[in-house]
Design a protein around this ligand. Structure first.
Ligand code: MOS
Length: 743
């Protein structure tokens, strides 16, 4: 890349790309230590009940076994719940505590931990541990638990409950001629990132360096310090790379607790890597039953919206996500009732999974809107435009920006939506039915308080740093771009550091807030470093910049120069020579503008258009092309931003057509806990995806960034389902749309 500013806004290749493709990027299971031993978890074969007896004798005498931990011999840990609340994104209830007692809450729950000299010996010995259980009959199907649905606790770490009703949706619906009420269901999905959940604990005479797959190093650090009563000074979490997380690594998992437990017991380094099958014993997108009732006038204007959900959670926690709230703000409607209930099943606790809530809720709403368009004999896009919301009616605030109309227009034009013939089954090519469908997507544009540092280092490079995580989204790259622009430096001379508790304080990376939060924090840190450099330049003996201020100088070519006469300058080398340790550093804290947030609502939006081809004889659906037009404020990096949307759309294809966690309902056990039988989209399932970013200016933060990690998936499944209806005349309200549902 040539040295052309600004870097921000360009399609800048990933700065960490070469490390990743050459294998030099090190992940949590790849850190080594001389005294390393390997742990393997023994999964429970029942889903509900208790452990009666554990016979570890055969495992104990297997080759290489160092230790076997169970609830009977594990080291003492704080018995109360409170320390476990150190998880910044904990949900109400008591978190899962591995090896706490004899109770079994879900199938695959670790019943014992085997530690051996090699990974293979640990895995082998784990199969030799005999556990006797007293089994109870589990319930894993949320539709059987719907009678026991309950109102969730009021609040969950800032996840807003549904807003109160407005108008009278019930009476309006009853008095309407044009109306529909349907139930929509999305089967449970499990996370399948490439990187397995893993922890390596390096033991250094009581000091722990922990490499844990996480979306925020401070979360596992605080967690283990409180759970094990450790001195924060003696614990460092360092996770420079994460191989995909999508929400599953927001909360600490049992690999962390068990690896630290074993390291403390053995006083040596321990690694625990979960198997792909064990990845299905944690975080998942909950099974949901949603009811959407819509009514409209002859003119196509919505007169009422009712959207209610029953969502699965575990027996021990009340996991919540904002599933129905979108239905109160995406369209203009005076009568709205929204409801959210939970139902307990005998599984692990669900978790955030890319656009938690929105993917589910918007699938139901946008499918119902499509159904309404046929009742009204109105083009589905026209129906959206007729009901376009100019303000957030959930809280009465105007949007800080909303270029959704531009997204609809640009997307429709690129897709050639006008070529769609309205009737279902009216388009055909060869032996395949052709269908066009569309949907709207919406996600909140959030920000978090965030620290960052910027430093000139002895070799004259700029180093920007903060404790966020780059889960593959491109955070390293955008922070490097922001730093390079601030100092008009070639991007090759800038280093970004993330993923370490020694770096300035950052929250977990999630909710699509990292770019806005970390990006603005780094921008502020660069500004603070400039101030610091000018201060030092002024203070030099006989300084040519004795009276300079930051507003009257330029930072370029390794020097600070007067803007009015660039021959008057002080080099960074001179300042670094005089600096202690040859390094000059400044820190900054970014805080979201509270006053702005009181006045405006901030969301990202998308318009998704899908073309499917359906072979009626075989029931096979192919997604021929998708156009996703995104309004997400300023785009920092067109290449990594496009990749985020591509990935979101691919996950949307999975949700629409493939992904489904299947339980054996008698045993409460997941039967497809592997990549062979849990189908995620493969290359053959993904054809043409066209990503468009429409211009959108937003003042919610100085960079104008809204974030786009999640918006790409929202609406994608509905657009595909709507296209399948248009192709076939068959409305499938239960995802995924598998072959059997179309034959
Ligand atoms: Mo995201 S589901 O907040 O990682």
């Amino acid at each position: 890349m040539s040295n052309v500013h600004p870097y921000v806004g360009r399609a800048q290749p990933r700065v960490d790309g070469p490390l990743k493709v050459s294998g030099l990027a090190r992940y949590s299971a790849e850190f080594a230590a001389d005294d390393l031993v390997y742990a393997a978890a023994v999964p429970s074969t029942i889903a509900k009940g208790r452990i009666v007896r554990i016979d570890a004798s055969a495992a104990q005498s297997a080759p290489g076994v160092v230790e076997i931990l169970t609830h009977e011999n594990r080291p003492n840990m704080p018995a109360e719940d409170e320390p476990y609340k150190a998880d910044m994104v904990a949900v109400p209830g008591g978190p899962f505590r591995p090896l706490r007692d004899d109770r079994i809450w879900f199938s695959g729950q670790p019943a014992a931990l085997v530690i051996a000299d090699t990974h293979e010996n640990a895995r082998h010995a784990a199969t030799l541990v005999k556990v006797e259980y007293e089994a109870l009959t589990p319930e894993v199907d949320v539709s059987n638990a719907r009678d026991r649905a309950y109102d969730p606790p009021e609040k969950r770490n800032g996840i807003p409950p549904p807003p109160p009703p407005r108008g009278d949706a019930e009476a309006t619906f009853k008095g309407s001629v044009i109306r529909l009420e349907e139930e929509y269901r999305v089967s449970a999905e499990h996370h399948n990132p490439m990187e397995l959940q893993a922890t390596t604990v390096e033991w250094d005479d009581g000091r722990l360096v922990i490499h844990n797959k996480t979306q925020g190093v401070n979360n596992p650090k605080n967690y283990v310090c409180s759970v094990f009563g450790l001195d924060p000074e003696a614990v460092q979490v360092s996770t420079p790379f994460v191989g995909g997380a999508f929400g599953m690594a927001l909360r600490p998992h049992y690999d962390l607790t068990l690896a630290v437990m074993a390291a403390l017991k053995l006083k040596r380094s321990v690694r625990l890597v979960l198997t792909r099958g064990q990845m299905y014993t944690m975080g998942w997108r909950p099974d949901t039953l949603q009811t959407v009732a819509l009514s409209a006038g002859e003119d196509g204007r919505l007169t009422s919206v009712r959207h209610e959900v029953i969502q699965a959670t575990s027996q021990f926690e009340d996991y919540q996500e904002p599933t129905v709230n979108w239905s109160g703000l995406v369209y203009d409607c005076p009568n709205v009732t929204l409801g959210h209930k939970l139902a307990k099943v005998d599984t692990s606790t669900p978790s955030d999974m890319r656009a938690p809530g929105a993917t589910l809720g918007m699938f139901a709403l946008e499918t119902a809107m499509d159904e309404l368009s046929y009742k009204l004999k109105l083009d589905p896009l026209e129906l959206r435009l007729k009901n376009y919301a100019e303000a957030d009616q959930n809280d009465g605030k105007p949007f800080s920006s909303k270029e959704l109309k531009a997204a609809y227009e640009t997307g429709a034009e690129r897709f050639r939506w006008s070529k769609r013939s309205p009737e279902p089954r009216s388009m055909k090519e060869g032996r395949e039915l052709v269908g066009y469908g569309m949907a709207t997507g919406c996600w909140e544009a959030m920000m978090q308080p965030h620290g960052a540092s910027a430093a000139l280092t002895a070799d004259g490079r700029l180093e920007v740093a903060c404790g966020t995580a780059d889960i593959g989204t491109g955070t390293y790259t955008i922070l490097t771009q922001i730093g390079a622009d601030a100092f008009s430096m070639p991007i090759e001379e800038v280093t970004a550091l993330v993923g370490d508790t020694r770096l300035p304080m950052a929250p977990v990376e999630g909710g699509s807030w990292a770019a806005a939060s970390a990006g603005n924090a780094v921008r502020l840190a660069c500004a603070a470093l400039k101030e610091e450099l000018v201060k030092r330049a002024r203070g030099l003996d006989d300084s040519p910049l004795a009276n300079a201020s930051v507003d009257h100088v330029v930072f370029r070519d390794g020097r600070i120069a007067l803007a009015s006469d660039e021959n008057v300058a002080v080099s960074y080398a001179k300042l670094l020579g005089a600096a202690e340790g040859g390094r000059i550093e400044a820190m900054a804290k970014f805080a979201p503008d509270k006053e702005f947030a009181e006045k405006f609502s901030s969301y990202t939006h998308s318009a998704v258009f899908a073309e499917v081809r359906v072979d009626e004889e075989l029931g096979v659906v192919r997604v021929e092309r998708i156009v996703s037009a995104i309004a997400a404020g300023k785009i920092l990096n067109l290449a990594t931003a496009r990749s985020q949307i591509l990935g979101g759309v691919v996950m949307g294809i999975g949700m629409a057509l493939h992904e489904e966690t299947k339980w054996d309902k008698r045993l409460g056990r997941i039967v497809n806990a592997n990549l062979g039988e849990y189908h995620v989209p493969a290359h053959a399932d993904v054809k043409n995806i066209d990503v468009i970013f429409v211009d959108e200016e937003d003042d919610a933060n100085p960079l104008g960034v809204k974030g786009l990690g999640e918006i790409g998936i929202v609406g994608a499944a509905a657009a595909i389902g709507n296209a399948v209806f248009h192709a076939t005349g068959r409305r499938v309200r239960h995802l995924p749309i598998t072959i059997d549902k179309l034959l």
